[in-house]
Design a protein around this ligand. Sequence first.
Ligand SMILES: Nc1ncnc2c1ncn2[C@@H]1O[C@H](COP(=O)(O)OP(=O)(O)OP(=O)(O)O)[C@@H](O)[C@H]1O
Ligand SMILES: [Mg+2]
Length: 250
Amino acid sequence: MTEQQSIRMERVCYSIGGRTILSDFDMALEQGINRTILGVSGSGKTTILKLLLGLLQPQSGKIFIGDLEITGRAESEYREQRKKIAIVFQGGALFDSMTVGENVGYRLLEDGKLSETKIEEIVREKLRFVGVETALDLYPAELSGGMKKRVAIARALAADPEYIFFDEPTTGLDPIGVYNIVSLMQRLQEAGKTTLMVTHDLTTAFATSQQFSLLHESKLAFEGTAEELKACSLATVREFLQPTEASLFI
Ligand SMILES: Nc1ncnc2c1ncn2[C@@H]1O[C@H](COP(=O)(O)OP(=O)(O)OP(=O)(O)O)[C@@H](O)[C@H]1O
Ligand SMILES: [Mg+2]
């Protein structure tokens, strides 16, 4: 895999409010190889995604989208590269005052490059892909949690990204909702998209990813395949995969 086709962070350090969130953290997302970053709540998973998108700046280390180092650059300097990536935020982050259709199409409308007819066509196609076309004219408040997540995915797909970041896409969903998201992610992968997910949901991670990183106490505690993760004897990894009673109330 060439550097041109990857998104990566090298020896990234990030701290906020006097607390170290990431220290010398390395991660590479290669095109066609789907990755999950695992970590407990509050460990810094969302922070990693924000750093990769340039929404946060690390104190040290480098972040690349393809050949371009984005660290320290203004977004306007890497807009073309940034457009290859879409994110489905934790909780969906839909605009409550907009209909589902407007939520999915607003970025395209803002870009001003396509006609309204074309945008409506794309919006319908993306909503059909995620299975909520009938919700086109509803408002987010009228949707179930699972539907909201699917609309958020449709919105991420509107600009036809190559890479899609998912921030805990299955948290709070019932088993059918989880199944829907997993099969959606698998269909996206079959359609040639590369996914990067952050989660603590192991079932979803194993169903959708080939590569795994485990973030523990600001460090990369593990990196490898599902088989390697399952076979790993490191105490940190074992504890994450099978929490013991002693670890439940710390
Ligand atoms: N603006 C801020 N000021 C101080 N601390 C912050 C700020 N933003 C985030 N943090 C802290 O940074 C840590 C990492 O946050 P982050 O949201 O990346 O965790 P996470 O792994 O995504 O958690 P969760 O699984 O709950 O979503 C958390 O402990 C959080 O309290
Ligand atoms: Mg988070």
